[in-house]
Design a binder for this molecule. Structure first.
Ligand code: GAL
Length: 545
């Protein structure tokens, strides 16, 4: 890995806030001297030499996969409906089939063209405009495979996250309006019907006020939260609470947080400054004392992804905002998810979790949080799984409602074979499979998830030590196999599984098995490498032998 500094980097950069940030300086063969750098009125520009290599990464891209020949503006956006770079979790890190990957240490919305021709000499180059900045640190990593390169990037951030075994079990989020009794009823339903579920999640209704958040129990719906938590624990559940960081005047911490908030309100609440400092301490201490010490094991950190860009009719803090610690709105948008995860980990004080967050960014491998979205296209969700591994991110392709039993089962299959098996019933009157005649199949799938936990747990341990993520696009391990360069609907899961989910519309699908020997995970039948036509009601899964 090589670090090269161009110009004068900004002081607000992701590495500064990454506690375990460390680099392993080694010589690289990348032609560093051919990188061009200049400043312009809009900030600064980097120009990289490129050849025939293919590009991947740039964070959680739900719509795009192979980024060769693309134009992207990396921008945090809760509603990423196109391939232009908007993302819940944009990351200024890309990997290539050319044996190298590059990380730019910036909290700006970079503008990228992965291949463009210079007028002066016809050379093909990659350009990156960094707004506002007068310089940047560039980290170049090399490896034979993309997995090796990504592993270095993740180790640079401190290695993959530690997760508890229970965090890998199914999590069910109950209806937003469910009262205490109904929550307990749902909890019993899973137990009585032998449907494994380890975590229950409460949605906005648990707050006395949720947009903005009070972080206090709604006593009408939850007259005795302590009693409910005790009963849930007795049944073996862990509990997770929804929230966001726009603080309501009803919140106990409102007055204290005032000086530690951005200069624009969101939903008439304070936009908490959760960068390291007093504001974070207040927020974390309150969460620890009021919630964690009362038995809460995790949180769902919503709306930290520039939600105002969605047509909800409410506005996010603008890019011109100032936050007390000195950041502007653009920088804060890019770091908000990271700060929020760090704050909650401080509140948890070393207790393990696998929680949810709707925004993340650079150097996020160490955080035990999965990303999720309000989008719901199953193909996009599968692509999210495939892409997440390029950028040190975890993504949960959650199940909510379904159009048919087949749609429900297909979606649940994908959730079962992903890092977190998340069922989000936040607007469902009852568990989503009640509407269809498929409880038996759901039970089998949830039991399959339990059987997968030891394997997945081992993959997380490896992630922690080596930086190799538990979910990888085929091109990450089989980088030089050109077939893999466009496969955005199959992925390697844990150490040695290959998963090829199917959607409701598909009667059959083609599955590519890269070089090596494989066997069908369900039937044990051996398969040669190459393309296979697969027709099954199960999710196609193969095991490397
Ligand atoms: C959304 C979130 C959903 C659900 C909902 C509740 O922002 O993405 O998963 O929690 O809020 O209002």
């Amino acid at each position: 890995m090589k670090k090269v500094t161009f110009g004068t980097p900004e002081s607000v950069v992701p590495s500064r806030y990454c506690r375990e940030f460390r680099t392993e300086e080694t010589p690289v063969s990348y032609p560093v001297s051919r990188i061009r750098f200049w400043k312009n009125d809009r900030g600064c520009v980097l120009e990289f030499p490129v050849g025939t290599e293919q590009f991947f990464g740039f964070g959680l891209q739900l719509k795009g996969f192979n980024q060769t020949d693309k134009e992207l503006i990396l921008r945090v956006n809760a509603d990423p409906r196109n391939t232009a770079g908007d993302s819940h979790a944009p990351v200024p890190f890309w990997v290539t089939t050319g044996g190298y990957g590059i990380y730019l240490d910036t909290a700006r919305n970079i503008e990228v063209q992965t291949k463009v021709r210079r007028a002066s000499d016809g050379q093909t180059v990659m350009t990156v405009q960094i707004p506002a900045a007068r310089g940047v640190d560039v980290y170049i990593m090399e490896g034979k495979t993309i997995s090796e390169i990504v592993a270095q990037y993740n180790r640079m951030a401190g290695g993959g996250c530690r997760v508890p075994e229970w965090g890998l079990g199914t999590i069910y989020r109950v209806n937003w309006h469910d009262p205490q009794e109904k929550v307990l009823h749902t909890a019993s339903y899973f137990r009585e019907n032998e449907m494994p579920c380890r975590i229950l999640g409460l949605e906005p209704g648990w707050h006395s006020h949720s947009y903005p958040c009070s972080y206090r129990w709604n006593r009408e719906l939850f007259p005795e939260p302590e009693e409910m938590i005790r009963k849930l624990k007795e049944m073996g559940y862990h509990l997770n609470l929804w929230e966001h960081a726009y603080v309501s005047p009803e919140a106990d911490i409102y007055e204290e947080m005032k000086p530690y908030s951005g200069d624009y309100l969101v939903l008439d609440g304070l936009a908490a400054d959760l960068s390291p400092g007093r504001g974070r301490e207040i927020f974390a201490k309150y969460h620890r004392e009021a919630l964690v010490e009362k038995g809460i094991d995790g949180f769902k950190l919503d709306e930290c992804d520039n939600t105002g860009l969605v047509e909800y009719g409410w506005k996010m803090f603008p890019y011109c905002s100032r936050f007390p610690a000195g950041m502007d709105g653009e920088q804060y948008h890019n770091l908000f998810g990271v700060f929020y995860m760090q704050t909650i980990l401080e509140a948890l004080e070393g207790r393990e979790t696998l929680s949810q967050v709707r925004s993340a960014g650079a150097l996020c491998a160490p955080y035990p949080f999965v990303l999720y979205s309000d989008l719901y296209d199953h193909r996009d969700f599968i692509r999210g799984v495939v892409n997440s591994g390029f950028s040190g991110l975890l993504w949960a392709p959650e199940l909510r409602h379904a159009a048919s039993a087949r749609d429900l089962i297909r979606r649940l299959q994908t959730a079962v074979f992903s890092v977190q098996c998340l069922i989000n019933g936040f607007y469902c009157e009852e568990v989503p499979w009640k509407a269809f005649d498929c409880e038996g199949e759901v039970r089998e799938l949830l039991q399959e998830r339990e059987r997968l936990i030891p394997r997945l747990y081992a993959a997380f341990c490896r992630y922690r030590e080596t930086g190799i993520p538990p979910v990888r696009a085929l091109v990450m391990d089989y980088t030089l196999d050109e077939q893999t360069w466009t496969i955005d609907d199959e992925y390697l899961f844990c150490d040695d599984l290959l998963v090829a989910p199917m959607t409701e519309e598909e009667e059959m699908r083609n599955v590519y098995l890269p070089e090596g020997r494989w066997r069908d995970y369900w039937t044990g039948e051996e398969r040669e490498s190459g393309w296979h036509e697969v027709r099954t009601d199960r999710i196609p899964v193969f095991e490397r032998i």
